[in-house]
Design a binder for this molecule. Structure first.
Ligand code: PLP
Length: 360
């Protein structure tokens, strides 16, 4: 595992090893593993000082540019443990490639893909005992890049950190895989073409919190976002892509610069096509969704993303009216897709698209 790594390896000493949390109360993103990957960039040396080291805190200058102008990007992927204890990653190179798209848009340095992939596999292997084994629990991996040069001034920073941290996470649905209630906002928007909605940069999420808070106060799980220009076309749901099953056709908004190109979205499209389902990427107006719901042609709606994989929608609230979908239950197609993706991700089922990387 460690040969040809070209990455310094500093293992945590006995007393630095942390106690692992109980598998039945992991929560999401609260416990972090023993090690992390870190490398630094500056104009003179490019990427340097790459190391896997004990998880530790940073000391940053209060003027570090990330705190002021938000040059920060991240990714999210998961490691899964199979029945025989093998460790799998799901489409990890796609995450690294997507991070480079984010880096380019935010004027941050490109990552060396092969080296980061190697570091990622080595880190996951080193902390493999942290991957939960109980049903539905996985290990969430968060690659991050931040601007650390201590200068006030809006321009590309001259120094960056790239790091990877990991956390064991519980089943996303502790009470079982169940539908969510979604609030359609026509008051706030997430993203606009020409902006940064198609990349995973920190400010997008800060800007979305107020709408989510208002939805929570009204008793809803998440916000459904409409396009910023006309507030007419469906874009995403919370931090997930969205799909509708209308008249046996699976419809999802097209990637057009304001939507995050989800890896789960792409996997759902390809699997559904493999199953012979008609998948259409086209603009879909919220009025069309509501009309299909009233006519009984909207049989399912669900969100897709790494964290929850598939998130069925049982109710939409739009302009003060409520529309129940699938009788408020998980749809047949959403359930099948969830089961299939989970089986592929954990190595239980054949992987026809070569999505899985085995670690170690
Ligand atoms: C990360 C993210 C998604 C889902 O992407 P996956 O690659 O499937 O995890 C969708 N929308 C937004 C806004 C996101 O940040």
């Amino acid at each position: 595992m460690w040969e040809n790594l070209e990455i310094e390896l500093e293992k945590a000493s006995g007393e630095q090893l942390k106690e692992k949390p109980a598998q039945d109360s992991l929560g999401f993103g609260v416990h972090f593993t023993d090690h992390m990957f870190l490398m630094k960039w500056n104009r003179q040396s490019g990427w340097h000082d790459a190391k896997i080291c004990p998880y530790h805190e940073f000391r940053l200058d209060p003027a570090a540019m990330v705190f002021h102008y938000g040059q920060a990007i991240f990714e999210g992927l998961k490691a899964y443990k199979g029945d025989g204890g093998q460790v799998y990653l799901f489409r990890p190179e796609d995450n690294i490639e997507r991070m480079n798209v984010s880096a380019q848009r935010m004027c941050m340095p490109r990552l060396p893909v092969a080296k980061v992939f190697k570091a990622l596999k080595a880190l996951v292997y080193l902390d493999r005992d942290w991957i939960p084994t109980i049903a539905g629990a996985t290990m969430y991996i968060r690659p991050t890049m931040i601007a650390v040069e201590p200068v006030l001034g809006v321009r590309p920073a001259g120094e960056y950190y790239f790091y990877i941290i990991m956390c064991p996470v519980g089943a996303y649905y502790p009470e079982g895989f169940g539908p969510t209630k979604i609030y359609v906002t026509d008051k706030y928007v997430r993203s606009v073409k020409g902006g940064v909605g198609h990349v995973k940069t920190a400010g997008n999420y800060a800007a979305s919190i107020m709408a989510a808070e208002e939805a929570h106060r009204a008793g809803y799980t998440q916000v459904l976002w409409l396009d910023a220009c006309e507030r007419k076309y469906v874009e995403e749901v919370g931090t997930s892509n969205i799909f509708f099953m209308i008249n046996d056709e699976l419809v999802t908004p097209p990637l057009g610069g304001s939507i995050l190109p989800g890896i789960t979205r792409d996997s759902v499209i390809r699997l559904a096509r493999e199953w012979g389902v008609n998948v259409v990427e086209r603009p879909i107006a919220i009025d069309e969704v509501i009309a299909a719901s009233i006519q009984g042609n909207l049989t399912e709606a669900f969100g897709t993303g790494t964290a929850a994989v598939i998130s069925p929608i049982g109710e939409l609230c739009y302009q003060g009216r409520k529309y129940v979908i699938s009788g408020g239950r998980t749809g047949i197609f959403a359930q099948r897709m969830f089961d299939e993706l989970q089986a592929i991700q954990s190595g239980k089922q054949e992987d026809p698209f070569k999505w899985i990387t085995r670690v170690g």
